[in-house]
Design a protein around this ligand. Structure first.
Ligand code: S3P
Length: 411
């Protein structure tokens, strides 16, 4: 994919639906009583992996134009191929354990290299019978009786927390899930909307055994997808991203904007299906270097490759620490982000748990290999569009994992 350099960038954008919320809407309605319509669903490859797994497990799902009609079912045993999607595999481990079904979960080469014991271990504390392969996929979940208890999520991960909450739906008694730093809470909000017996007390969630009723869901646009167009506005002109989910557990990018001196505003703020939504207007601004640490990570983890691009164009030296989670994403994002920034002409020093980035007024551009990672490809597109000469992105179709139509929208 060739990315031309831009002198300016202005426009209004409606990016696809939120990936995390679409996965959850499919899984939860897939076990609920009744039929639901999920509109503005993200039909990217990751969410389609969740759709095909839930179909294999027994849910009836029709795919329309940006919408899914789902009829929930009592799940049965199945083999489930999760593609590239960590959220599909990890949440299904909890869902299958809670529903008492046997599943064998496999994935592509990238997913088969990612850690699964972080989910299996706490699920076993509830009584789940789970086998991993040297800590990774293939993962086998065998039917077992679960009992509620108190569990800590050792890693600050919404996927681990959500797997436990989904398992808790089928565990006898009460389950308390504690996390040290609050992570995205879409599962909790959706469980409330679907009638689960759930209470959130600070960083602890209590769930009692519950049956769910189907709920129609309008999915907000994904802030992780909008972020690329917000960054284009900050670097090159002005953008307005419409109907973006602005759940506080996801808006770390806005905190980064505050600290970097990016001018932005939220307009038309309202609630949709229990999630806050707004239009986000971002204007070209001189950028300052920032420091980010471990506590900042959960609300901006998926935006770090893009934040590295902004730092490469900021005045001063940015330091990002406490981000070792990046090593186990769709690629080793410390390595692939550092390679991407260097390939476009930036100065970056990768460290075990983050980066040091020395900002420059302009970058030359160049050729980037995203190593199959959608977020590296889209971050590279922003870096190249703002560069002097632009450049090329190899095998750029990986953007379809989370953002089909990304390059067409970029124009
Ligand atoms: C997600 C949680 C995050 C995030 C991923 C989606 C989710 O992963 O990086 O893209 O939908 O729960 P972790 O839970 O591993 O931090």
């Amino acid at each position: 994919m060739i990315v031309l350099p831009r002198k300016e960038f202005y426009g209004e954008y409606t990016v696809p639906g939120d990936k995390s919320i679409t996965h959850r809407a499919v899984m939860l309605n897939g076990i609920a009583e009744g039929e639901a319509l999920v509109t503005n669903a993200l039909l990217g490859e990751d969410c389609l992996s969740t759709v095909s797994c839930m179909r294999a497990l027994g849910a009836e799902i029709e795919i329309g134009k940006g919408a899914l009609r789902i009829r929930g079912a009592r799940l049965h045993d199945a083999d489930c191929y999760c593609g590239n999607s960590g959220t599909t595999m990890r949440l299904l481990m909890g869902l299958a354990a809670g529903q008492g079904v046997g599943v064998r979960l496999t994935g592509d080469a990238s997913l088969s290299g990612r850690p699964m014991e972080r989910v299996a271990k706490p699920l076993r504390l509830l009584g789940a019978d789970i086998l991993t392969t040297d800590g990774k996929a293939p993962v086998t979940v065998r039917p077992a009786k679960l009992s509620g208890r108190e569990v800590d999520t050792a890693s600050a991960s919404a996927q681990v927390k959500s797997a436990l909450l989904l398992a808790a739906l089928g565990a006898d008694g009460e389950t308390f899930v504690h996390e040290s730093v609050k992570t995205r809470d879409h599962t909790e909000r959706m469980l409330v909307a679907m009638g689960a017996d759930i209470r959130v007390l600070g960083n602890t969630v209590r769930v009692k055994k519950s049956a769910l009723h189907a709920a129609d869901i309008e999915v907000p646009c994904d802030i992780s997808g909008a972020a690329y167009f917000m960054a284009m506005g900050a670097l090159l002109g002005e953008t307005l991203c419409k109907n973006v989910g602005v759940n506080g557990t996801r808006t770390g990018i806005l905190t980064v904007f505050d600290r970097m001196g990016v001018r932005y505003g939220l307009e038309n703020e309202h609630m949709v299906c229990g999630e806050p939504v707004a239009d986000i207007r971002v204007k070209k601004s001189p950028l300052r270097a920032i420091r980010l640490c471990r506590e900042d990570m959960p609300s901006l983890i998926d935006e770090l490759p893009l934040i590295a691009v902004l730092c490469a164009y900021a005045e001063g030296e940015s330091v990002i620490t406490g981000a070792e989670e990046l090593r186990v994403k769709e690629s080793d994002r410390i390595r692939t982000t550092a390679a991407m920034i260097s390939d476009v002409g930036g100065e970056i020093l990768p460290r075990d748990d983050g980066f040091i980035i020395r900002g420059q007024k302009s970058l030359a551009g160049g050729r980037v290999d995203p190593c199959g990672d959608h977020r590296i490809a889209m971050s590279a597109a922003v870096a190249l569009a703002a560069s002097e000469r632009g450049g090329e992105i190899e095998a750029a179709a990986c953007v379809n994992i989370s953002f089909p139509g990304f390059f067409e929208m970029l124009g």
